[in-house]
Design a protein around this ligand. Structure first.
Ligand code: C2E
Ligand code: MG
Ligand code: MG
Ligand code: MG
Length: 281
């Protein structure tokens, strides 16, 4: 009957919900443990100059080395870390570790660190950055903070004040995943970014000969050059994409075509061997 069906559906949802909240609770506990028992680690993906394909810097990408699940990607746990506030200590650890690793690399090599909007809600964020620089001895201009448009949606004058303060310290600021937000162009008026990273969804379609993506990439490249902002194309996987992006005037590129994210030891080994060749995909 309809009534029985209704109850069945209700029970299904109830079980489903408690399962979901149990999974969530477990994940939260595991994440707390991960942070204290050093299960987190950073992989570094190289960024290359378009002109000569030389490495100009690396982006720190968070990984969770889970005791039974193996390496877990950030998209699987950062959302929860943001919800429960764990992203704050986690992000601070990322910042400190990345600065420490980068301080041992050659002086012309920069380090980019992704920062969550939740970290920006901390009044002390700029001080955390200063502390990480001081502790590692890394020069401020070698550090680039990557934020997404999500940081600016929340707006608040506090966010802008923090960005301004970081700028004064000499840290560079990049807008990540450009073009995927609600008001991409509007954000460029609020703050002068040092770099725009063109989201890899546009890059992916380039290879397919997609005219709309090509027009968008062209517009972003020309806009950036007029505003004196550097551009990085994300997620470059083919020579065809690479050539198109070069023709449009992008400055730097990142992607599996030229370099995968690798552990810190591999970066050090590469510099020790005096090479600039990181194993490509
Ligand atoms: P993102 O900052 O846009 O980082 C680029 C992502 O694209 C990375 O995924 C990278 O491995 C991947 N990628 C790079 N080249 C290619 C390519 O050629 N093809 C494809 N298909 N993918 C490519 P990952 O490491 O899984 O990170 C995903 C996102 O998680 C990052 O996107 C960033 O938003 C976030 N994230 C990573 N580390 C941190 C962190 O320390 N803190 C915060 N708050 N977020 C982080
Ligand atoms: Mg990024
Ligand atoms: Mg990105
Ligand atoms: Mg992206």
């Amino acid at each position: 009957t309809a009534k029985a069906d209704g109850r069945g559906v209700y029970r299904f949802f109830r079980d489903e919900m408690s399962l979901r909240s149990q999974t969530r609770r477990l994940l939260e506990l595991e994440l707390r443990r991960a942070l204290i028992s050093e299960e987190l680690c950073l992989h570094y993906q190289p960024m290359f100059s378009m002109d000569n394909r030389e490495i100009i810097g690396f982006e720190a990408l968070l990984r969770w080395n889970h005791p039974t699940r193996g390496i877990v990607a950030p998209n699987e746990f950062i959302w929860l870390a943001e919800e429960v506030g764990l992203i704050v200590p986690m992000g601070q650890w990322v910042l400190e570790q990345a600065c420490r690793d980068a301080a041992s690399w050659p002086g012309h090599i920069s380090i980019a660190v992704n920062v969550s909007p939740v970290q920006f809600r901390e009044r002390t964020f700029a001080d955390q950055v200063l502390a990480a620089l001081a502790a590692s001895g890394l020069e401020a201009h070698r550090l680039e903070i990557e934020i997404t448009e999500r940081v600016l949606i929340a707006d608040t004058s506090m966010t802008l004040a923090i960005l301004q303060r970081l700028h004064e310290i000499g840290v560079r600021i990049a807008m990540d995943d450009f073009g995927t937000g609600y008001s991409s162009l509007g954000y460029l008026r609020q703050f002068h970014f040092d770099r725009i990273k063109i989201d890899r969804s546009f890059v992916a379609d380039l290879g397919e000969g997609d005219q709309e993506s090509l027009a968008i990439v062209r517009a972003v490249a020309s806009l950036s050059s007029n505003l004196n902002i550097a551009t990085t194309a994300e997620g470059v996987e083919s020579e065809q994409q690479f050539e198109r992006l070069r023709a449009e005037g992008c400055d730097t590129v990142q992607g599996f075509l030229l370099g995968m994210p690798v552990p810190a030891e591999e970066v050090s080994r590469m510099f020790a061997e005096g090479g600039s060749a990181i194993s490509a995909a």
